[in-house]
Design a protein around this ligand. Structure first.
Ligand code: BGC
Length: 781
């Protein structure tokens, strides 16, 4: 039975009154900001809640894992029986119209009140059409394109029965050892916030009830990317000022963009796990930011709280609910303990009502009470997934996400003629191209680079192919990945034989393209690495190829910044292609042969070695900055490596070059709300059309708290023909000068500001202005 009384107007009206009263009480004591009222929604939800038992309300707070993917150590049992008894609010990891319809019809036809289920899934970078991994997408510096990727993902996934995505992941990451750096937008809060907004818009659109929209879930709230040593799930400890300045802005941006849900993170914050953290989930999220949706835990996070040291499971259920967690993913702590906690007066029933209401409201907004299946059919799924247009978009996104790290003597682009030795474990690979967190993606749909080259370069190019090396020969790593069910295929030949074959091919070729990197399972969740170089067997192969004396183009496929000191010294060209998704091979070939001129810019710093980590561009100056004098002692430096990264934030080359003129300012003394115009002339000084991301950074050398050496505050992408010059202008207002002061107030302080504009965070023109709060009045004698 589907929600029976939806047409009973009289009943709805009566319940509206009751609801209005409850709503007032709720808003009076629990909401800092009154919820946006929707009388129809309030009536429907109110009516339902007036007829729900306590167990049924608790059931709405229960999210079970059923089906295809397992992302934690537990899987839910007896899901079907529980659905029939109204003890489940949502399911994760089930999709396809048939599977979803089956479970949804149990809920709407066989449970007492017929309340539909949410169907959540990790759609991290696409569904069937898989886009580049999020870290790669962020390197496009193109929020519109990223919004489109989320929009396409929503269309495909909703056709497959999903209505809720556990995305965007907006965790700032300054540590590439952390495998989940692959799932985010890198290290910068300004760019991260823009991308967070774009993704929420892309998934949700402006009307969640459209059958092709998905509800977004911002994760992992909060600070999950700051795990000590980059070891996944490790402790986070951070000052408030650092979190406000650098880590919280993307979450806040996603909330402000209207994200329907937020996921609490696994880590602790200020000594209390996020899932039990009232300050985080209520004071900050709801009171300060005005969040109106619901909060779900990460996978079984309540059951992990005792391991954190928070006492037993039963107590932790109460802690989580009181902190502000509405929905319990997988652990079933709410289902098992909330009834008795209410009975013993240890939690108040109104907390359960509040959580239940938030979940029912989300279901209402998704239109589930009107059509619980949201029009998903096998026919629609076939029609809307992996369409040629979606593949085309994936190819475009992949092209824009690649970062050209080195290109000596214009080794790239390659000519569409001659002989190429295409070598390496990823040269003819499909399986790894989708990267981590590939959701419903099917790697067999992915285009390998070898195939892509045949599409793009045609028959005038002769390709000699050799694998050359396994992805890794490290037995311990292989054993661990095997235990995870992610076995790395190993060639039966010895490493020496494989290298010899590749070297022989290189000898016959004009140029070597070495396609090296990580297995997809070496980044993503539970995939931290302490050594982030190329695996040894691949490095040996590369060394042998370099020794042939043939020009070597290194094409990288990987999920994190790598340490590439040796490679940067010895390879003629390096193209970072991350894991490029379904169309990776075509897109890489487009770039290698110059059909697309690379334009990606790094959003995470590439360190020289692991000892430099954490290394990020918006660091503090310290009291003893190192200013490049090699003899300087007692300054903040290493003895054995420079302070500079190998490749800085914002960096990325093109097949053309861009020349920057000096900064022109509209004025150099500003007062109050005035607007500063800062312009540079950017010239395409090469012979190919190309796109440049012009970046604006601001610094404030003196303030009431120490500031970053510079902060990104704007960027513009410009496409220039050879020889063309464009004046690029940034409008800077006092809003761009704001930061969190010692009292955590977001404001600006008068003083001197350095405006920096250029092509990456380390290659910038600069100019200085003074900005005061008010005009200095002349003193009367
Ligand atoms: C991950 C989340 C994910 C969840 C559900 C967890 O292990 O941390 O990012 O959304 O599983 O699959």
């Amino acid at each position: 039975m589907f929600f029976r009384s939806r047409n009973n107007k009289r009943e709805m009206k009566e319940n509206k009154l009751i609801l209005g009263f409850i709503g007032l009480m709720v808003s009076g004591c629990l909401y800092a900001q009154p919820p946006v009222s929707d009388p129809q929604m309030d009536a429907l939800v109110g009516d339902l809640m007036s007829r729900m038992t306590l167990d049924e309300k608790i059931g709405q707070l229960n999210l079970l894992a059923v089906g295809f993917d397992v992302t934690g150590p537990q899987l839910s049992k007896d899901a079907e029986t529980k659905i029939r008894h109204g003890l489940v609010g949502g399911i994760l990891n089930t999709y396809t119209p048939d599977a979803v319809r089956k479970l949804q019809s149990l809920a709407v036809k066989e449970s007492r009140l017929g309340i539909p289920l949410l169907f959540g899934y990790d759609l991290i970078h696409g569904h069937k059409t898989v886009f580049p991994i999020p870290l790669a997408l962020s390197c496009t510096w193109n929020p519109d394109l990223i919004e489109r990727s989320a929009c396409i993902a929503a269309t495909e996934a909703s056709a497959d029965g999903i209505n809720w995505t556990f995305s965007p992941m907006v965790d700032i990451a300054r540590d590439p050892r952390w495998g989940r750096i692959a799932e985010g937008a890198g290290e910068d809060p300004y760019l991260g916030a823009q991308i967070a907004r774009a993704m929420v818009r892309g998934y949700q659109g402006d009307d969640l009830s459209r059958s092709n929209a998905l509800m977004a879930c911002v994760k992992h709230f909060a600070l999950y990317g700051a795990a000590e040593a980059g070891r996944d799930y490790n402790t986070v400890d951070m000052s408030r000022i650092r979190m406000y300045q650098y880590y919280l802005p993307p979450y806040q941006a996603a909330v402000e963009a209207g994200a329907g849900s937020v996921m609490s993170s696994f880590n602790e914050i200020n000594g209390v796990p996020a899932t039990a953290n009232h300050w985080l989930l209520t004071d900050l999220l709801r009171t300060q930011w005005g969040f109106q949706g619901f909060v779900v835990t990460d996978y079984a996070a309540i059951s992990e709280m005792s391991e954190h040291g928070m006492g037993d499971f039963r107590k932790d259920a109460a802690l989580a609910l009181n902190a502000g967690v509405d929905m319990d993913m997988v652990s079933e702590a709410y289902l098992n303990y909330l009834p008795e906690l209410v009975a013993h007066g240890e939690i108040s029933e109104s907390m359960i009502d509040q959580a239940c209401r938030r979940i029912l409201e989300a279901k209402y907004k998704l239109g589930l009470f009107t059509d619980p299946y949201r029009g998903c059919t096998m026919e629609r799924a076939r029609r809307e997934m992996l369409t040629p247009e979606n593949r085309k978009a994936a190819r475009e996104m992949a092209e824009q996400s690649f970062v050209l790290l080195k290109n000596d003597r214009q080794l790239l682009p390659l000519k569409k003629s001659g002989v190429i030795a295409l070598v390496g474990p990823l040269a003819d690979d499909q399986e790894n191209l989708l990267g981590c967190c590939r959701g419903g993606g099917d790697w067999q749909q992915a285009v390998s680079l070898r195939t892509g080259i045949s599409h793009v370069a045609g028959s005038a190019v002769t390709i000699l192919h050799a694998k050359g090396a396994n992805l890794t020969d490290d037995p311990a790593l292989r054993a661990t990945l095997k235990a995870f069910g992610e076995e790395i295929p190993v060639d039966s030949r010895s490493p020496r034989e494989m290298v010899a074959e590749a070297v022989a091919m290189a000898a016959r070729a004009d140029v070597v393209v070495a396609v090296l990197g990580e297995a997809f399972s070496m980044s993503g969740e539970a995939a931290s690495r302490s050594d982030i170089g190329l695996p040894e067997c691949q490095r040996d192969l590369l060394q042998a190829l370099v020794e042939t004396g043939k020009p070597v183009v290194l094409v990288l496929m990987n999920g994190r910044p790598l340490t590439l000191g040796w490679e940067a010294e010895h390879c003629g060209a390096i193209l970072e292609t991350w894991f490029g998704g379904t169309e990776a091979g075509n897109a890489v070939a487009d770039v290698l042969f110059g059909n697309y001129n690379p334009s990606g810019k790094l959003t995470a710093t590439f360190p020289r070695n692991v000892g430099q980590i954490p290394i990020y561009y918006n660091h503090k100056n310290t009291g003893r900055p190192y200013l490049s004098d090699p003899g300087a002692k007692y300054v903040s430096r290493f003895l054995d490596v420079s302070n500079d990264p190998l490749y800085p934030f914002g960096y990325g080359l093109s097949y053309t070059t861009f020349a920057y003129g000096d900064i022109k300012l509209s004025q150099t003394n500003l007062i109050g709300d005035q607007t500063l115009l800062a312009s540079v002339a950017v010239t395409n000084a090469g012979r190919r059309a190309g796109e440049e991301t012009v970046q604006l950074y601001l610094s404030q050398p003196a303030a009431s708290v120490t500031r970053s050496v510079e902060d990104l505050r704007g960027f513009q992408k410009v496409r220039l023909q050879p020889g063309e010059t464009r004046e690029v202008t940034f409008r800077i207002t006092p809003d761009d000068l704001k930061f969190y002061n010692g009292n955590l107030e977001y404001d600006w302080e008068p003083g001197e500001f350095i405006v920096r504009i250029g092509s990456d965070s380390a290659s910038l023109k600069s100019a200085t202005v003074r900005w005061s709060k008010q005009a200095v009045t002349a003193k009367t004698p």
